[in-house]
Design a protein around this ligand. Structure first.
Ligand code: ZN
Length: 212
């Protein structure tokens, strides 16, 4: 099957994914952030404060994973996304992560309300669609890592680093309560597909009272 996004330069593909996420209501206004690994030590990420419906290739900055330094930017005043620290943690912890996508959706926020306050996971319903997240089990019981939101994004990133350093999550995704989901994959196409599948599952969960 043709991999729509993987046969193209990452910034070109990221522009299309931004338009798609915006059209679906997953990156309203300037919210959300998208990144793709450039090599073993760097990744491209969306600049802060750009309307997601009109992103251009020049709206992405090259970041060094180890310290977050900006290595390349076409517009001098551009700053990397405020949530760059979360992407850095994902690339640093998971060397095979090739892309990381973060959006804000109504359904994801509603679904997260099924979990108790301060719960560290959200139980996902045993839907066929879980196969799209790499779960091939009969009647699977999958927990989506859940983090409490904070105005201090570094605090969220540190909580993610601490928890994922101890145990690799069953799915390459996480949810920040009242905020949104982050999904990563080996390639942009895989991350995109998984974000779409997770949104289906969270949309289902948001509309049902059934919880496990
Ligand atoms: Zn966010």
């Amino acid at each position: 099957m043709a991999h729509l996004f993987d046969s193209r330069p990452p910034r070109s593909a990221l522009v299309d994914i931004a338009r798609d996420f915006h059209a679906r209501g997953w990156m309203s206004g300037t919210s959300g952030n998208l990144s793709a690994r450039a090599d073993g030590e760097h990744f491209w990420i969306s600049a802060s404060g750009k309307p997601k419906g009109g992103m251009q290739e020049s709206d992405f900055l090259l970041i060094r994973i180890v310290d977050g330094a900006v290595i390349e930017r076409l517009t001098p005043q551009d700053r990397p996304s405020a949530e760059t620290c979360v992407h850095r943690i994902i690339y640093a912890l998971f060397p095979d992560a090739g892309a990381c996508l973060h959006g804000h959706s109504v359904e994801a926020c509603l679904a997260a309300d099924h979990a108790e306050l301060r719960s560290e996971s959200l139980n996902l319903p045993p839907l066929e669609m879980l196969k799209g997240l790499g779960i091939w089990e009969q009647d699977p019981q999958v927990r989506l890592p859940l983090f409490e939101n904070s105005l201090d994004v570094e605090q969220i990133a540190e909580a993610i680093r601490r928890r994922f350093s101890e145990a690799v999550p069953a799915v390459s995704a996480l949810m920040v309560r009242a905020h949104g989901a982050t999904v990563w994959g080996q390639s942009l196409q895989e991350a995109y597909d998984r974000f779409e599948v997770l949104d289906f599952i969270l949309s289902y969960l948001a509309r049902t009272d059934r919880c496990r």
